[in-house]
Design a protein around this ligand. Structure first.
Ligand code: SAM
Length: 270
């Protein structure tokens, strides 16, 4: 089917397959072709790129990605979408759909294989909002040889993730591998059903491999956000005061006052 995102095409497909958007799976389908084309522009993909799409839904974004990418590999959790996806994008020979929860995908293995054929591999997704953070964390901590991530998230989340004065374990994880930017605001009116909030597209450009020890250090450091870094870390090292001193970190700082470089230094003592 051409231009699946046109409202008339989306409605035809949802109607024909009696599909009610599932709240459980965070389904809000894009129904505006212009918005989708702008998202595709942001990704800078070309025929040497393989896109991994999380949650193709009924294929609206997938279709437009497939015109520009070498391949689109999709992971979709909702098996009810099998028939509709067969009708909407079944004819495209550069699209592959795997029905699997993305959080259970061995992403490192998948990307390693794709990198043998494609010079660039990136993730593009209109993310289900209920697991936005889990998905971004899963991607980063899997340490794949990915080039970039382009994701639609709630606007509020996009603003937090790109606010230099706000810190969380996820933000430090992102900082440790590359850079993040807010690229485009998206109105709630271009989805069906329309969510209660507006959205935004964020891009993460990956430049470095993830340090696996960082997850543990960050989780411990943020056990109690109001406590000092010393109090949060005092049980994970034999002599925490000494470790903090060797890293040049003031023991009275709160976890969100440290720089990513401080956390990287701390991983060397794990
Ligand atoms: N890409 C479509 C679009 O833009 O119209 C649909 C986006 S909708 C916000 C989120 C999609 O992610 C749905 O198709 C949903 O079924 C799927 N999804 C939700 N949880 C998932 C998971 N854990 N793994 C894979 N797909 C998931």
């Amino acid at each position: 089917m051409k231009d699946i995102a046109k409202k008339s095409n989306t409605m035809y497909l949802l109607d024909k397959y009696q599909l009610k958007a599932s709240k459980k799976y965070g389904q809000n389908f894009l129904i505006d072709l212009n918005t989708i084309k702008k998202i595709v522009e942001i990704t800078h993909i070309d025929k040497q790129t393989c896109v991994i799409e999380i949650g193709p839904g009924i294929g609206a974004l997938t279709e437009q990605l497939s015109y520009r990418a070498g391949k689109v590999l999709c992971f979709e959790i909702d098996t009810r979408l099998k028939d509709v996806l067969k009708e909407s994008i079944g004819e495209f020979d550069n699209i592959e759909i795997i029905f699997q929860d993305f959080l259970t995908v061995d992403l490192k293995k998948v990307v390693d294989e794709l990198k043998q054929t494609y010079s660039k591999v990136c993730v593009v997704a209109n993310l289900p909002y209920y697991i936005t953070s889990d998905i971004i964390e899963h991607i980063i901590t899997s340490s794949p040889q990915l080039d970039s991530i382009h994701a639609m998230v709630q606007k509020e989340v996009a603003l937090k993730l790109t606010d230099e004065n706000y810190k969380s374990p996820l933000i430090y994880m992102i900082e440790s591998v590359g850079t993040i930017s807010l690229d485009m605001n998206v109105s709630r009116t271009v989805f069906s059903p329309a969510p209660h909030v507006d959205s935004a597209i964020i891009s993460i450009h990956i430049k470095r491999e993830y340090n696996q020890k960082l997850t543990y250090v960050l989780k411990c450091a943020f056990t109690q956000k109001r406590k000092t870094i010393y109090n949060n870390l005092k049980d994970i090292f034999d002599n925490t005061k000494d470790v903090l001193h060797q890293c040049g970190i003031d023991e009275k700082l709160r976890p969100e006052q440290l720089k990513i470089e401080d956390y990287i230094k701390l991983t060397q003592f794990i």
